[in-house]
Design a protein around this ligand. Sequence first.
Ligand code: AMP
Length: 502
Amino acid sequence: MNAAQLSLDNIERFGEYPSTWFEDRSYTNVQLYHYACRFAETLRQHGVKSGDGVVVMMLNSPAVNAAFIAIWKLGAVIIPVTPMWNAREVHYVLEDSGASFAITSPELAARLKEASSELPNFREVLCIGESADATNIEAEIEASTEFTPLIEREASDLAMLLYTSGTTGNPKGVMLSHDNMIFVADALYERNASVGPIRSLSVLPMSHVYGVLMMNLGYRMGNSSTILKHFDAGKVLSLIESFKVQRLAFVPTMLTMLINHPDREKYDYSSLETVGTGGAPLAESTRLEFERLFHCKVKQGYGLSETAGALTTYYPDEDYRVGSVGRAMIGFEICAMDFSNQILPAGETGELCTRGRHVMLGYLNKPEATRDTIIDGWLHTGDIGHVDADGYVFITDRKKELVIKGGENISPREIEEGLYAHPAIAEAAVFGIPDEIFGENLAAAVVLRAGHSLTEDELKSFIGGYVTKFKVPAKIIFMDALPKGPSGKILKRAIRDQVVSD
Ligand code: AMP
């Protein structure tokens, strides 16, 4: 079992078809597979072998997809790294993972060279394009033979090391096996098989598990996709029309950006059927507004790096249950547990836990963190929520984001829902700040929609009509934009640090 087989199965099942568009070129699935094979042979010539860790740090492009298949073919381990990280952060990943190679593009090569200096295990920075700081392998790939054997892997062999940031300390390397990758792609395919091959856009970063899962799902469904280097709301709007996009996979902030984009009324979106969102909470008012403006369905899914991506979703024709992220996929168990790790009855709120073949192998070099997270086979997600009697999952909050004001647990999400319901609010984040009297209090950061104005007092009084007075944020700050992580998630910690230090 080798996850590289996903791309071969795609050809076997669908034959040759135009699968990928990027900038001014298109490629068939067979052309891309041959590219991946030549890529694998080039990596092999440079010394990449089974079990080696290979960092891929690039903006999205067909080369990234080919690099992933090439690394898997050789039995090596993909270590995707976001191009947003600086040399110190990348150095940490290289050191912790013991990676021996990195693949990058010219604009990032200098950073990788700096990050990889003085690491005894590290061998070479390889570059797709010309750079003074790395070995350009473009011509070698072009000239390589297409026949590199696919190395057999055991189900539990490591396929990917994904670094995710927790609330404290350095990022943790989530170890995902070949079985994790294939099992989750197949489960998501089972959910979506009835809609057949579709046209889509690849805008999620391939350095995030959600982007990787969408690539794998595309192989299974036989999809055609236009790859965008990174998310650009204006480009997405025009491409929905020109590429006749049917389905999109987004994080919630992307919906907000499309809703608020000045070009929104310029294009025809009649091809668009469904937008799936995940990775962060989606405010119900945003969902409804997107559906109204774009005449499509918006449905939430839920997943973690630690579960190789998706955990719960909806079937395409399944009715949306307001506030729910859908039901666990086939073969996935999910429940809420109390703080003594006992499974709670349907409807009761606790920590969401999951069990099955999608659960990661553990965190690299962090046995204690692994033991705290996987208990008796159940992965503890750190998310608070409940599962209703029909199996629909509801997430109330992140365990660590709950604000405890004067002993009362308050869910920031409830207040965020209220803020998003105000017509002048484009983006909102609610979080806890230290408070002398209550221990903790609530604060909010908001971004206004273009052309709107609002005072802090006006917004407080609006929220006072939505939640009890006790839950009205003590402080609300107005920002031009909320800071976001590589996958588009709002970085509450960074905002809170700024508010607290002001
Ligand atoms: P990551 O490993 O970066 O994908 O982050 C996983 C975390 O994202 C989960 O533990 C949740 O806290 C959050 N998350 C993912 N999907 C959703 C969703 N639909 N609603 C709320 N939170 C979500």
